[in-house]
Ligand binder design. Structure first.
Ligand code: AMP
Ligand code: MG
Length: 294
């Protein structure tokens, strides 16, 4: 789902059959959230709410609370980073060859007129509407998965001990099957088989943005995180990992810090009071003061 594999683990010990069934049902509902968020937020699905907004330039379009929340958070992050993070990168992504639905293979095309930025998007929270003031394509790829992880985690919270893992972006609650904090390996950005760090955590989200995740089909030298100010792949980091209470926050901040690079990236994480690790392409490590090795 969402172009990745979602794994959900919910721990139960010596429980009744009824409790076991409840646990399985909760896991199924948790998985469903990924589909529901994707139905709202996919820029590849012609029926998604996100695509409907792009079809009505200049008009307020009523949207579901999910879409509203994700767009609102993305715009706030865009504002805070001066456009280093910008959810209007959809057209630029298409131009770089990121133009196909991962499941159907259906291609999307560029909608662009005049180059647009996040300032061309208006959210009216009171009326639950979004207005695009220019032709543009929203792209929530940097935050929507985090939101889905949060909704899945909320579904599983009555069970206390669980993990939601969406392709390495995750939320872990309580303890693992052995009764310990969850152990999370952070992939080495230049060696698929190695970890660059290990965490021991509980009741937090951990999200990683890496330049190794998706290469441009048009140009193998460039990847899927854009620096919109330069119109090129961001090059200040090779990977960024963020630990935060919510996965949408960890997901968004990881992408934003990736674009900002080590110095300004760490400042951003400090402002939000979250921990993070930024690894540069030269494999230099920059961590927040509270970053702890497992
Ligand atoms: P992530 O893997 O969470 O870092 O998100 C990467 C995805 O975010 C890309 O595949 C794009 O869909 C989107 N994206 C790329 N560059 C940016 C940017 N500068 N600001 C916001 N979203 C971006
Ligand atoms: Mg992200």
């Amino acid at each position: 789902m969402m172009g990745t594999v979602v794994t959900i683990e919910v721990i139960g010990h010596g429980e009744t059959d009824e409790r076991r069934a409840e646990r399985a049902n909760a896991a199924a509902r948790a998985i469903d959230w990924f589909q529901r968020v994707e139905d709202c937020c996919s820029r590849f699905d012609p029926c998604s709410e996100l695509r409907r907004i792009s079809e009505r330039i200049g008009a307020p379009v009523r949207v579901h609370a999910t879409t509203l929340e994700v767009v609102r958070f993305a715009l706030a992050l865009a504002d805070e980073t001066g456009g280093a993070f910008d959810p209007t990168v959809g057209d630029a992504m298409v131009e770089r060859g990121f133009d196909r639905h991962y499941r159907t293979g259906e291609a999307v095309t560029v909608t662009r007129g005049v180059p647009a930025t996040y300032r061309d998007v208006e959210v009216d929270a009171a009326n639950a509407t979004i207005t695009l003031h220019r032709q543009l394509q929203l792209d929530l790829g940097a935050v929507a998965k985090g939101f889905a992880i949060d909704l899945a985690a909320r579904e599983l919270s009555p069970f206390a001990n669980f993990a939601v893992n969406a392709g390495g972006d995750l939320f872990v609650g309580g303890h693992n099957a052995s009764g310990d904090d969850w152990s999370i390996g952070i992939r080495h950005p230049r060696d698929e088989a190695a970890v660059i760090d290990t965490l021991r955590v509980s009741n937090v989200a951990v999200c990683t943005s890496g330049d190794y995740e998706r290469r441009s089909p048009r140009d193998q030298g460039s990847h899927h995180i854009l620096d919109p100010r330069r119109g090129e792949s961001a090059s200040g980091a090779a990977s960024v990992t963020v630990i935060a209470p919510l996965a949408m926050v960890a997901d968004g901040l990881a992408t934003a810090a990736f674009v900002l690079g080590p110095e300004r990236g760490l400042e951003l994480l400090a402002r939000h009071g979250v921990e993070g690790l930024i690894v540069t392409p030269e494999l230099e490590r920059f961590a927040t003061p509270g970053w702890s090795r497992g």
